[in-house]
Structures are given as C-alpha cells and as structure tokens.
Design a protein around this ligand. Structure first.
Ligand SMILES: CC(C)(COP(=O)(O)OP(=O)(O)OC[C@H]1O[C@@H](n2cnc3c(N)ncnc32)[C@H](O)[C@@H]1OP(=O)(O)O)[C@@H](O)C(=O)NCCC(=O)NCCS
Length: 171
C-alpha cells in the first residue's frame, strides 16, 4: 500500500476495542490482543502509541515493565506487541510508532529496552542482540530474536530478563 499521511499519538480508553481489532488482524490470531488486554487490566503499559490514517486507528505498540536477575534499578521496558493492520504494513507506520515510543522511553530515562522479534527489523532502531551484551530472556534461548537497547549498564555481568506476568500465557 502507498504511504499516506499519518498521525502517531497516545492511547485513550475509548481506543481499546479498535486497538484489539488491529492487533488481531496484524497477527492473524487473538493471543496478542488478549495479552494487550491483560496488560491494560494490570495497568502495566508504561508507554503506548497508535498510528492513525484517515482518522482510523491502524497501528499499535506498547512498552511494559520488565525485571532483571540480578536486579537492575531504574526504568526497564519490554516492547510488545507491535502491530500494523495488514492493509497498512510496509508504509513506515511500525517504524514511526516505535521511534516515537523509543523517544518517550529515553525521556523516562530507560536503562534497558528489550524486544523479541524479527532481528533485521528491530536492528534498524538500535536493538542489539541481547547475548552480545550478556542479557538473555529468562524463558528460553530466543537467539538473535531477543534484542536490547542499553544505557549505562555494565554488560560484563550476565542477566536474565523477565517480562510482566501478563506475558506468561503467551510465552
Ligand atoms: C512487523 C510490523 C509491525 C512492521 O510494521 P510495518 O509498518 O509494516 O513496517 P515499516 O513500514 O515500519 O517497515 C518496513 C520495513 O521493515 C521490514 N520488515 C517488515 N516486517 C519484517 C519482518 N517480519 N522481518 C524483517 N523485516 C521486516 C520491511 O522489509 C521493510 O524494510 P525496508 O524499509 O528496508 O523496505 C508489521 O508488519 C506487523 O504488524 N506484522 C504482523 C505482526 C508482527 O509480526 N509484529 C511484530 C512482532 S515482533
């Protein structure tokens, strides 16, 4: 689809149904929309962004708190889900939402931002392989798909990342 003018903005409660429809359409299943609802219910969304085209919500991304062992203090966030409605993919909306969300993460002083996903896609935003920084997903070895952006963290000490309990049902 051709790129169209878009707007990236924060999320309001009234957007939730449409966000769930977009997330379900993007993933072709309801698991990630259910995850998003669990995150909202747990008030566990720290930063979230929408993409709007022609007045319609067509994209969504969320950052939620993660924890580390050994413990790390400060703002630590995981990016998930990221979803763009199929008709609007490949038009820059995912990138625009992620960039805007990452800017907000930095404004909040995030020390660690983690993502699980397509390695080449997330590399463009500065996410590096977690293993190269001695940081791994606690659940299992996700290889190059588990990536991180660090700020002021000593990478010599191995650490495990745990997502919010709302993720337990999908991992
Ligand atoms: C992945 C997703 C969020 C990307 O959003 P998008 O708005 O389509 O992507 P953008 O337009 O910002 O970026 C397009 C670029 O990303 C690349 N890209 C898109 N999906 C990719 C993937 N799965 N793996 C690698 N690269 C990918 C494209 O090749 C394109 O590269 P180019 O700029 O060099 O041409 C979107 O395709 C989507 O919702 N997919 C289904 C749900 C999903 O998989 N979410 C992510 C889970 S980790």
């Amino acid at each position: 689809m051709e790129a169209r003018p878009y707007n990236i903005r924060d999320v309001r409660d009234a957007d939730h149904d449409r966000v769930c429809a977009v997330v379900t359409a993007a993933f072709g299943q309801e698991d990630e929309a259910a995850l998003t609802q669990r995150l909202w219910a747990a008030a566990a969304v720290t930063i979230e962004r929408l993409a709007v085209v022609d007045g319609e919500i067509v994209g969504y991304c969320a950052f939620s708190p993660i924890t580390c062992t050994p413990k790390l203090d400060g703002v630590l966030l995981g990016l998930a889900p990221v979803a763009v409605a199929p008709d609007h993919q490949q038009t820059g909306l995912g990138s625009a939402m992620i960039e805007d969300g990452l800017m907000a993460c930095r404004e909040q002083g995030a020390r660690l931002i983690a993502v699980l996903g397509h390695p080449q896609y997330y590399a463009r935003f500065g996410f590096e392989p977690g293993a190269a920084k001695n940081i791994r997903w606690a659940e299992r070895d996700a290889g190059d798909a588990f990536r991180v952006i660090l700020d002021d963290i000593n990478a010599n000490e191995p650490r495990l990342v745990h997502y919010h309990p709302a993720f337990d049902a999908v991992s």
